[in-house]
Ligand binder design. Sequence first.
Ligand SMILES: NC(=O)c1ccc[n+]([C@@H]2O[C@H](COP(=O)([O-])OP(=O)(O)OC[C@H]3O[C@@H](n4cnc5c(N)ncnc54)[C@H](OP(=O)(O)O)[C@@H]3O)[C@@H](O)[C@H]2O)c1
Length: 293
Amino acid sequence: MTQKVLITGAAGQLGRELLRTAPAGVDCIAATRESLDIADAEQVNTLLREQRPSLVINAAAYTAVDRAESEQEMAQAINGEGAGNLAGACAENAARLIHVSTDFVFDGASSTPYLPDAPTSPLGEYGRSKLAGEQAVATRLPSALIIRTAWVYSAFGSNFVKTMLRLMAERDEISVVADQVGSPTWARGLAESLWLAADLPEFQGFGHWTDAGVCSWYDFAVAIAEEAAELGLLTGMPLIHPIPGSAYPTPAARPAFSVLDKYSTWEALQTEGLHWRTQLRSMLKELKESSFE
Ligand SMILES: NC(=O)c1ccc[n+]([C@@H]2O[C@H](COP(=O)([O-])OP(=O)(O)OC[C@H]3O[C@@H](n4cnc5c(N)ncnc54)[C@H](OP(=O)(O)O)[C@@H]3O)[C@@H](O)[C@H]2O)c1
C-alpha cells in the first residue's frame, strides 16, 4: 500500500535528500516554506486535514545559528511553535511525526558522547528554540520520534563543506577552529536513516544520528582539502591553520564537544552510520558530477 508522507522544509538540505531517497511505495508531499509555513498553525492544520498523510517528516527549521541571537522570536516561532503546530496537527489527524533536532540542545561540556536522554542545556537562542520544539513535540505527540543530528552538509544549499571549497579556491591560507569537535553528517545518510525509521512506528522518543567518527572543524577542513584535491575539485592545496575558537568569535557560542551517542538508534534501525570521511568523499564526487547551487 502506498504511504503518504508530508515532508516539510522540502527545499532544504535534508528535505531535498529525503525527496531523492524516498523508497518505492512512498508518495511524498513536498512542502517548501512557500507552500507551508509551519509557524502558521492554521495552514498546518488545513494541509493535514486535506492531505491526510500517515507520516510527517519535519525537515523545516530556522537554521541561522548566529542570526538567531538577534531574531529570537522568529527562531522560536519556527523551531519551537512550528514544531508544536505539526505535532498538534499530527495528533488530531492520526499521523505519525518524525521531527529533526540538533546537537545544539547540549552545552558541549561533556567529554563523552551525549546519550539521547542526557540533560539538555543549550548555549544560544537557536539551541533554545530547537529545545522548545523538542518539548512541544514530546508533549503534544508522545509517540513522535525526535532525531537529533549535527554538522549537516549536502551538495545543496550552503554549508561548511561548500564554504571551505570556496575559500580554499580563493586563498592560499585559511584558519579553522580546532578546539570544537563533533561528527559531520551527510544529509543523504541522515535521510536514508529517517526512511528506515519511517518503517518502524514502534521507534518513538529520542534518537541520535550522525555519520560515524569524530573530528574537529580543522580536521574536517583538512579532509575536505585532501579529498577535493584528489577529485580535481581544487587545483592547489591551501595551507590550513588550526586556531582556537576564541580567535574566531561568533554571535552564538558553539558547544566544544558535540558528539552524539548513536548506538541506540543504530540498534533500532539495524544499521550503523558510515564513517564521516567516506560520506564526505561520496558527497564531493556528487558535487563534481553535478551543478548544484
Ligand atoms: N545544518 C546543520 O548543520 C544542522 C545541524 C544539526 C541539526 N540540524 C537540523 O536538521 C534539520 C534540517 O536542517 P537543514 O540543514 O536541512 O536546514 P536547511 O537547509 O536550512 O533547511 C531548512 C528548510 O526549512 C525551511 N523553513 C524555514 N522556515 C520555515 C517555515 N516557517 N516553514 C516551513 N519551512 C521553513 C527553509 O526555507 P528557507 O531557506 O526559505 O528559509 C529551508 O528550506 C533541521 O531541523 C535542523 O535544525 C541541522
